[in-house]
Design a binder for this molecule. Sequence first.
Ligand SMILES: [Zn+2]
Ligand SMILES: [Zn+2]
Length: 660
Amino acid sequence: MSKVFITSALPYANGPIHLGHLRSTYVPADIYARYNRMNDCDVLFVCATDEHGTPIAVRAEATGKSPKEIADEYHKIIKDDLDSCNISFDYFSRTTDPVHYELSQKFFLKLYKKGYIYEKMIKQPYCHECERFLPDRYVEGTCPYCKGEARGDHCEVCGRHLEPTQIEEPACLICNSSPEIKESKHYFFKLSHFQEYVGEWINENKELPPNVRNYALQWIKDGLKDWILTRDMEWGIPVPLEDAEGKVLYVWVDALIGYLSSAMLWSRKENKPWKDYWNDRAIHFIGKDIIYHHSIFWPAMLKGYGCKPPSNIVAGEYLSLEGKKMSTSKNWVIWASEFLEKFDSDILRYYLIVNAPLTRDTDFSWNDFQRRVNDELADVLGNFLHRTFSFTGRFFNSEIPEPAEFDDYDKEFEDRIAEIPEIVSGFIEQFKFREGLIEIIRLAKFANKYFNDKEPWKAVKEKPDEAANCLYLCNQLAKTFSVILTPYIPVKAPQIMEIMNLHGFETSKWESAAEFIPAGNKINKAKPLFSKIDDSVIEKEKEALYKNLKDDDEMKDIISIEDFAKIDLRIGEVINADRVEGSDNLLKLRVNVEEKKLQIVAGLAKKYSPEELKGKKVVVLVNLKPAKLFGIKSEGMILATSDNLSVLSADNAKIGEKIK
Ligand SMILES: [Zn+2]
Ligand SMILES: [Zn+2]
């Protein structure tokens, strides 16, 4: 029996699962795993929560919990989310498992001993107040390219990757003081050494989908740079070398190894070896944002360690929501748990797959979701199944009728039933899950037309043979659907089998899809499988979505009348001003208010150029909760400038002074 090792990207344990995750990664991987299991392939489908890295450490500090507590909390939430969408992992572990620590350290040591890891002193921001280095998100400041808000290794506005020393006006996330640049010893992976190997692997691997191949080839063309493997922080897997105290593995290094440690944990539990699975065929399902890590860095690490590269990488593109980019900070998102409280997981799986090919960005819209469910699942597929079963019940004593001689129309239908399993499997094997589903719906449409044309409700009295042929064939298609829909809709498909009295559906095989059931088989009472969604339900969901949106561009309603007495107004001086990309009115200011420097986004660009504002005195409302405008943190509000408030232009106006 052939084996396959299937993984889906490790969800990061600081937030729940949303529909975008399900669409790009988890549902496609699950369809593929289920399909392979039905095809006599021995499947090992693993995943884990990714629990290291600065976002979790930062969240822990902000909430007074330990990073492990944050990870514990989200591991459970994420696992429940994925379970409720019926993602059929064989093992779902955690990167805080001791087995994972052991394997990650072993991986590092082996690469180190083979000479693929070297030490280098590099410049890192260091906070004197906090007495520590500030890795990744621990430092905030300005992006040198777009002047947007930079958080550690990443610009929130233009999305560029940044070196920590590139950040302008850096500030410690914890205490807001400005860090100094200090030397620190770090460990680098000789990725450049693997340039040729990875390039060849990508060029020769004809199975790689075009989106993965094209991104990867571009990086190869640009030349691979060595990768820093370590961070100066406590939360993470310690670097297993004597003189590396205080250093941990970078979260991306251990996250990838998480695929293997999860398999090891499965192997210990099941008492079966896992390596054969990897060596036979290994397929990663990921989102497109992490193609680099999987197509470049991971094959090189594996080569260095002495392991085969993965066989394939399938990268799902993004899902937007009602035409706008999803944003968890703006609450412009649909969480899996909230969705699945109200709707069946199968209709969600159906919609996320049928909506667009995996290799294309697409949009979730409530109206389109309703249309697809009502028109395709209820009216086409559901209607076909229901009329087949209820007609068989009413006119054929709940038995599949004995067929007579087929006419050409029957024969055409019979051929199409016989062909559909192979058509769908052809698509699934090429990861074209949507195309397979569309063929199924197309055949269901044809079947409804056939049913209408054959008019069995009339024929049953006048030409009983024709009615028998019609219902014989419709039942055969229902049975075929129950098998080939299983990977897509694993709850509803077995319900079709139950109605048809087919036992052993838990272990149904793909090859059985084309086998016809003998006439005379009894079926159970029909029950509707897919119901329509009411307009009122959709309207309610849309209303809730817009109501929950935290629209950052709206500053009104921030201060209530009661709060007015508590406001703290200070005199400040603009040190720096920059335009905010994408807005014709917003400027990003750095304002000195004596004891602290605030970053404020203000709608002043129509009145002032950035140059004109520099050095101007302003009245600042300082005790506002930090908000975000255009993705940029804003820590106060400018209420007046020296041009419209004479007190500010007076020589004795003192920076930091409180205004009554
Ligand atoms: Zn930027
Ligand atoms: Zn600090």
